[in-house]
Design a protein around this ligand. Structure first.
Ligand code: AMP
Length: 279
């Protein structure tokens, strides 16, 4: 696996590969890799000639400095996992390589950044679009792979690609879960055994939502699911919403629009998110 730390070296190498007709797949990550990330690498491996994985803990998408400081960074283990997954290229720049001092541009995300995660984490999606735009500009991938785990992020990046007319195909890959149902996340390492058990309520709540959704009005589904989550002590529900898959606006009644149910909760100090496609 080749490792690059500067944009100019990476883009120079990739332009040679493109001249030789190689297609490029990009998997952006913040490291602390788990089977969820590795599933994106496998998907990229299947679809493209060369796989580029980026590891960059992007400071502009953290609105809580504490969260940024304690974000896990097991770099050697990550490199080993990428080598096992037959990733071709790792891009791991320093912050100064990706941002100039005081940089603060924004794009109009048509409200996608003010709801759900965006409402609770102001500025988060502007930070995500900044870094993903820079990665797209550097790598110029044919395809880029993102997890459904961060469903709202996929919609935000879809909007970025639309507005800037970026010639990349976005691929959304399924959520990879622990055997007990907990959606894999780099943050799960911070859960105690007891918190891990409590955290199972998120995936169970989504399963409940999926089960009762066909036979109940949306308001009843929401009420029942919220009751189900609130009965678990130590779990602080931030939102459970049933939304239009495209706009992510909450939907009050079923009218055939494809829907997604999204949940976020704090288990102890750890924020977790999960979602399920409803129809
Ligand atoms: P992160 O390192 O958390 O920024 O995640 C990097 C990429 O991996 C994003 O596209 C995530 O949506 C994706 N990802 C994270 N967890 C999972 C998971 N459990 N299943 C599938 N994809 C995931």
């Amino acid at each position: 696996m080749k490792i690059f730390t500067t944009r100019v070296a990476l883009s120079g190498y990739l332009s040679e590969q493109k001249i030789n007709g190689k297609s490029i797949g990009l998997v952006p990550t913040m490291g602390a890799l788990h089977a969820g990330h590795l599933s994106l690498i496998s998907e990229a491996r299947r679809a493209c000639d060369l796989v580029v994985c980026s590891i960059f803990v992007n400071p502009t998408q953290f609105n809580d400095p504490n969260d940024l400081a304690k974000y896990p960074r097991p770099l050697n283990a990550d490199i080993e996992k990428l080598q096992e997954a037959v990733c071709d290229i790792l891009f791991m720049p320093e912050v100064a390589e990706m941002y100039i001092e005081g940089e603060s541009w924004h794009i109009n995300l048509n409200g996608l950044d003010n709801i759900l995660e965006g409402k609770i984490r102001p500025g988060h999606y502007q930070g995500v679009t900044q870094i993903v735009k820079k990665l797209f500009d550097t790598v110029m991938p044919d395809k880029a792979f993102f997890g459904q785990k961060d469903y709202q992020q996929v919609k935000v990046i879809t909007e970025l690609v639309r507005q800037y007319e970026i010639p990349v195909q976005l691929v959304m890959c399924p959520i990879i879960r622990e055997d007990d149902g907990l959606a894999m996340s780099s943050r799960n390492v911070h859960l105690s055994a007891d918190e891990h058990q409590r955290a199972l309520v998120l995936s169970r709540a989504l399963k409940l939502a999926g089960d009762i959704f066909p036979n109940k009005p949306i308001a009843e589904v929401k009420e029942e699911v919220k009751r189900f989550v609130n009965q678990i002590p130590g779990v602080d529900l931030e939102y459970f919403e049933i939304c239009d898959q495209q706009t992510l606006q909450p939907v009050a009644a079923k009218d055939g629009t494809p829907l997604v149910a999204l949940i976020a909760a704090k288990v102890g100090q750890i924020r977790l998110i999960d979602n399920i496609i409803l129809q």
